[in-house]
Each structure stands twice: as structure tokens, then as C-alpha cells.
Design a protein around this ligand. Structure first.
Ligand SMILES: O=C(O)c1cc(=O)[nH]c(=O)n1[C@@H]1O[C@H](COP(=O)(O)O)[C@@H](O)[C@H]1O
Length: 284
């Protein structure tokens, strides 16, 4: 099954667009876990088990584990998701990007070591830096397109020249990324997606117009303040899916006390409810 087909199955099964981001920050660990050697794993496992019923995907961010020398805990966490919550895709957020020979090792890291279903990548080294990931059938590569941070405009909004061979007009760099990902780069059809921040609904609408039904990973709601209604109106596909809308801190740190998992479940339910309500408001 292609990565996009597994996402479709997850959207339908969960009836949710919510992706729970797993960013375990030692400085924000709930009191009962603080200082424990396996805190990152124990914390994320509790969050995963509490929120899986409200989520279409999980997105662990590799830096939070690597900076704590907790890569083994990330491996164990992804294994836990696969065993206890089969069918919920895991998107490894590592934003890699390198020449092909090195990218082969990053792809092995993501798909063989961590057994992620998809990985986030920076597209700015071009197609040969993406290609090694496409050698893994059924696994996805999600390319940074229009990121949620204010500085994303520094490069992604730059005007690039027309490309007659591609049939592309002069356009913004993020538009070119969307055009390439939905066209010539999507060789193993059904394996590419794009990252577009909820903080930029106008650009999200533009990417959706360019990228057809390509899945969009949409961070920026919750702690970054993106508007759920505006994001869903701009980014959903006609079937009301098409988006994996990530929230990390607003769910993970809903409470720093003993009740952290229950509080995360409540925050995940409220967010997935808000996303469903936004889908109901889409024009028929
Ligand atoms: O690729 C990402 O996931 C990503 C892209 C982007 O444009 N903006 C963005 O915030 N992210 C990630 O999404 C998560 C957002 O976290 P919260 O702001 O706490 O919901 C973090 O793990 C970021 O690294």
C-alpha cells in the first residue's frame, strides 16, 4: 500500500485530521517523570496511548530525542505505535536533505532503523536528494514547502524565473516546490507530501490549488496560533481530508501534573472536534 493510501485509511478510520506531535522537552516533563532516564519514552508512550483514538498520525521530532541521547527511546516509541496502534502512520520529523549517497543513509535511518512510515525532508538540494527515499515502497517523503515560521518567507517567498521545460511561470519558490512535488518529482506516485504552515492560509490555499490532492502536513495550530477554520478551508481536499494537521506543545503540555495524559487526551479531542467542525463548514 502506498503511503498516501495508508493515510487515506487512517483519515477514514479516525475521522480525524489531527496529527499529535511528539516533542518531549526535558524542561517541560510532567512532575512524575522528571529526571527519569526513560522519561522521553514513558512520556510519549503515555501521550500516544491517551490520544491514539483522536489522531490520524503521530509525528515524533528527532531533535528532541537526539539532544537527550535518547534515540533508542525514539526507536522503542515508534515500535510501540506500530504494535499497539497499527494503522496509525508515524511521520519522523527530521527535515533531512543531502547529496544522494548520504541521503541513502538518512533514508535507511528513517525507514530501516526507526521504521517510520514517512519522513520530513528539505527539498532545496533538488530531486537527487529526495530520490533515495522513494526507493522504499509504501513510505512517504514530505517536503518543506511553505513553513509555519515567520522566517520561512526569507527564501520560500522569493520569486523564481519561469521554466518553459516544466511549463512553469515565474512564481514564488514555495509554489515551484509544490509544482515539482505534484508533478515530475512524484515518480513513485503516492509517496510525496508537502509541509505548509497553518499560519499562512493564503499560501496554503495556493499550494492546494497547485498540488491537487497531495497530502499536506500542516503544523502551526495550537502553540503557534494558526486558525483551524482558515487552515481547513484553505487546505482540505474535496473529500474533506487531504491534511495532517499537527499540534505538539498544546497537547503534550496541557498539564504538567499527574493528569498529563488525561489532559492531553482532552486537548486532542477538542482539537480533532474543532477540525471536524471546520470540515463540516466546507462548501458542499
Ligand atoms: O516539519 C514540521 O513538522 C514543521 C514544519 C513547520 O513549518 N513548522 C513546524 O512547526 N514544524 C514542526 O511542527 C511542530 C510544531 O509544534 P507546536 O508549535 O508545538 O505545535 C514542531 O515539531 C516543529 O518542528
Amino acid at each position: 500500500m502506498s503511503f498516501v493510501s495508508s493515510l487515506h485509511a487512517a483519515w477514514r478510520r479516525s475521522n480525524s485530521l489531527l496529527c499529535v506531535g511528539l516533542d518531549p522537552d526535558p524542561a517541560r516533563m510532567p512532575a512524575p517523570l522528571r529526571g527519569r532516564a526513560d522519561a522521553a519514552f514513558d512520556f510519549c508512550r503515555a501521550i500516544v496511548d491517551a490520544t491514539a483514538g483522536h489522531a490520524c498520525a503521530f509525528k515524533p521530532q528527532i531533535a528532541y530525542f537526539a539532544s537527550q541521547r535518547a534515540e533508542d527511546q525514539l526507536e522503542a516509541l515508534i515500535d510501540h505505535v506500530h504494535r499497539r496502534h497499527p494503522g496509525v502512520p508515524v511521520i519522523l520529523d527530521s527535515k533531512r536533505g543531502d547529496i544522494g549517497s548520504t541521503a541513502e543513509h538518512y533514508a535507511r535511518e528513517a525507514f530501516e532503523r526507526y521504521r517510520a512510515d514517512a519522513v520530513t525532508l528539505s527539498p532545496y538540494m533538488g530531486f537527487d536528494s529526495i530520490e533515495p527515499y522513494l526507493a522504499y515502497p509504501g513510505r512517504g517523503a514530505i517536503l518543506l514547502c511553505r513553513t509555519s515560521n515567520p522566517g520561512g518567507s526569507d527564501l520560500q517567498a522569493l520569486q523564481v524565473a519561469a521554466d518553459p521545460a516544466l511549463g512553469a511561470p515565474a512564481e514564488r519558490l514555495y509554489e515551484r516546490v509544490a509544482r515539482l512535488a505534484s508533478g515530475p518529482w512524484n515518480r513513485a506516485s503516492g509517496e510525496l507530501g508537502l509541509v505548509v504552515g497553518a499560519t499562512f492560509p493564503d499560501e496554503l490555499r495556493r499550494v492546494r490549488a497547485l498540488a491537487g490532492t497531495l497530502p499536506l502536513l500542516v503544523p502551526g495550530i495550537g502553540a503557534q496560533g494558526g486558525d483551524i477554520d482558515a487552515a481547513v478551508a484553505a487546505g482540505a481536499t474535496p473529500d474533506g481530508f487531504g491534511m495532517v494537521v499537527n499540534s505538539s506543545r498544546a497537547i503534550l503540555y496541557a498539564s504538567e501534573g499527574e493528569d498529563f495524559a488525561e489532559a492531553a487526551a482532552a486537548a486532542a479531542l477538542a482539537t480533532s472536534d474543532a477540525l471536524r467542525a471546520a470540515r463540516r463548514r466546507l462548501p458542499a
